[in-house]
Design a protein around this ligand. Structure first.
Ligand SMILES: [Cu+2]
Length: 130
């Protein structure tokens, strides 16, 4: 009897095991997944000018997709958020756009990681994910 139950359990478990996700379907119509909300996109433009990031604070909610446009208005800047493994270099000629999922809550410093100028150390801002 217990062997039969065990076999049934194995059959039921392996029934779900392959979890074939049809890649041609958008996530919200995945069978069995129910209605799934698309992540909210939060877009920010952060400008570097005179060794200051503006804005110096951006906020989002956990689960948001954060879309950043980075612009250097005078000299090249670095832009790093260590905890999110984001590290970019922005020059006046080449603005940078990037997207990432805000999957960690907390306060994360963004800073210029260049060492060409001492003033870079003062270039800081913070991303707050609630
Ligand atoms: Cu700098």
């Amino acid at each position: 009897m217990s062997i039969a139950l065990g076999l049934i359990a194995i059959v039921l478990l392996s029934w779900n095991a392959p979890l074939a996700v049809p890649t041609d379907l958008p996530p919200y119509s995945m069978p069995g997944a129910g209605v799934q909300e698309q992540p909210r996109i939060r877009a920010f433009t952060i400008k570097g000018r005179r060794y200051t990031f503006s804005p110096a604070r951006i906020e989002a909610s956990r689960g948001d997709v954060i879309k950043l446009t980075l612009i250097a208005e005078d000299v090249p800047y670095g832009f790093e958020i260590a905890e999110y493994r984001i590290c970019k270099r922005v020059t006046p000629e080449r603005p940078v756009t990037l997207e990432f999922l805000a999957d960690k809550a907390g306060t994360f410093v963004y800073f210029c990681n260049l060492t060409t100028d001492e003033k870079c150390r003062d270039m800081r801002g913070e991303l707050i994910v609630r």
